[in-house]
Structures are given as C-alpha cells and as structure tokens.
Write a protein that binds this ligand. Structure first.
Ligand code: NAD
Length: 284
C-alpha cells in the first residue's frame, strides 16, 4: 500500500484559517491586528517570491504586514538602523529579514539586531538558546512546520528513532532539538556523515533538509517510516523537487510529504502562528 500523503497545502490552509479566526476575534478588542515586517535586501528572484508569498498570507489572514524592500547597495549599518526602528514600532510584533543577505552584510550581525521578542524566525541566539534548553519562545518556522506535519499523522515520537539529514542552523539543528524534546532518539547527519544509508534505514521518522534531488532513495528508507522532505531543488527542466526520490520511496514509507505542497506552505503558516503568538505576548 503506498504511503499516506502528508498534504502540507491542506494542513497550511486549515492553520491559516485558524489564525484568521483568532485575529478576527482579538484585533477589534485590542485596536490593532498582529503586525509582521518583512525586509528584503536586493532583488534575488527566489527571495522576492518567498517574501511576496509571506506578505500575501499575512494579508489573507487579516494581519498587518509591511514589506520593506531595500536596494542591494544598502549598508549593514543602514539595515541595522531599519531593524532598530521596527524593534521600537508598537504596531509590529514580528520582524523577518529574508536570507540570504548580500555578501557585504554579516547575517549574524543582522539576526542579532532583531529584538528576541520580535524574532518570529527564531534565529536570534537568545531564542536558539531557549530552544536548546527546552524553553522555546519562537520556534524556527520550518522545523516547527515539520513537527506539525508529524503531529498531523499522529507519528509516535516518544522513543522513536528520528534521523535528520542536514544540520543547518535554520532547519536541521533546531529540528533535531525539537524531536529530542518530544522524546525521540535523534541522529543528526551532515555532509561528512559516513554511510548515510545505514543511518537513515534505522529511522522511524526520516527528515531530509539538504538541497540535493534524489539524495534519499527507496533502499535508504525503513518500511513504514514517516518521511518528511524539506529540500527544495530546481531541476534542469524547471520543475521543483525535494531531496527524496518520491515515486520510489512512497511504496516503502508509511507516510510521506511531497515537494511542492509539503513543508513549503507549512513554513509560511507557522510564520503566521509565531506572529500571532508574539501579538498575544505584546497585548497581554
Ligand atoms: P544548508 O545548505 O544551510 O545546509 C545543508 C546541510 O546539509 C548541511 O548541514 C550539510 O552538511 C548537509 N549536507 C550536504 N550534503 C549532504 C549529504 N550528501 N549528506 C548529508 N548531509 C549533507 O541548507 P538549509 O538552509 O538547511 O536548506 C536545506 C534544504 O531545505 C534546501 O534545499 C532549502 O532550499 C530547503 N529549505 C526549505 C524550506 C521550506 O520552507 N520548505 C526552508 C528552508 C530550507
């Protein structure tokens, strides 16, 4: 029997509807809607699509969103000044700076400049540290999305073997911490990992976040495993694909998420959830 499909698009739609409902209930009483500021520096076409999708999702859910598009030549200090202005803007609950930034700007300086209370991406060291010690404030949106997708198929996490392939600060590492917190035994793999297939075959929960098409083949998957594909790859024919060889893996897995229509839309939904949580915090 082919694996159950984890439909990120449908799940994201239902979460966005819940957010919209909550905003409609609370905003009139508070006198304002939750506010998200999205900053884009330069004209990277993929980033332009991502930020527009985020802003559109905000508008559809009744959030107030501010898209700040700055030229490629923007200096690091000018960007920090803009962030500082937003840190003090009482109509803004969340600040997101779209990555990657141009080479002359240091990501770490910028992430550090965002107030941890408005860091809805969860990348600030204070929020990363809070997650590490099991007291998260904002969970980074992509791993948070993966956790919600696992919950949607009631994947048992306590005592499960979870293997995360890819160990970046924005996906793999925080996801491994969230799975650990949920009681899973985690294996976190990176580009230096020896004999990857031996590790992935142990996984009850297998997540790939690398950015390499067909990295995960059917022989690397334990029968019945829940497989979540975070990867986004543009193929030579222009199509989008994940890291998992979907057609080959689906007959082996118990549940599987597609690309597109999986983690991508869910990541945006969780950004709205984080902004709403921040709004609740700021309007208590
Ligand atoms: P990254 O380049 O920062 O990190 C990639 C990680 O994969 C590194 O830890 C690296 O060591 C590891 N890796 C590389 N080759 C490997 C191999 N052969 N075997 C095992 N590990 C290997 O990437 P990132 O920012 O974490 O993104 C990863 C992928 O997820 C990309 O395709 C990206 O587009 C996608 N992504 C999707 C979303 C979403 O919303 N769906 C969000 C963020 C990232």
């Amino acid at each position: 029997m082919p694996a159950r499909l984890i439909d990120g698009l449908a799940l994201a739609q239902s979460i966005r509807a819940e957010v919209k409902n909550e905003v409609a209930q609370k905003a009139p009483a508070v006198g304002r809607a939750p506010g998200l500021a999205v900053i884009l520096v330069g004209e990277n076409p993929a980033s332009q699509v991502y930020v527009r999708n985020k802003v559109k999702a905000c508008q559809e859910a009744g959030l107030h969103s501010q898209l700040i598009e700055l030229p490629l030549t923007t200096s690091q200090s000018a960007l920090v000044a803009e962030i500082d202005r937003l840190n003090h803007d009482r109509t803004i609950d969340g600040i997101l700076v779209q990555l990657p930034l141009p080479d002359h700007i240091d990501d770490h300086v910028i992430i550090h400049a965002i107030s941890p209370e408005k860091d809805v991406d969860g990348f600030h060291p204070a929020n990363a540290g809070a997650l590490l010690i099991g007291r998260p404030r904002f969970r980074p949106c992509t791993p948070y999305a993966v956790m919600r997708m696992l919950a949607s198929v009631q994947a048992p996490l306590r005592g499960a073997e979870a293997v995360v392939v890819g160990a970046s600060n924005i996906v793999g590492k925080p996801l491994a911490l969230m799975l650990l917190q949920a009681g899973a035994t985690i294996t976190l793999c990176n580009s230096k990992t020896q004999n990857l297939a031996e590790k992935t075959r142990r996984a009850d929960i297998l997540v790939s976040a690398v950015g390499r098409p067909k990295l995960i083949t059917a022989d690397m998957v334990k029968p019945g495993a829940v497989v979540i594909d975070v990867g986004i790859n543009r193929l030579a024919n222009g199509a989008l694909a994940g890291d998992v060889d979907f057609d080959a893996v689906r007959p082996v897995a118990g549940a599987i998420s597609p690309v597109p229509g999986g983690v991508g839309p869910m990541t945006i939904a969780m950004l709205l959830v984080n902004t709403l949580e921040s709004f609740h915090e700021h309007t208590r």
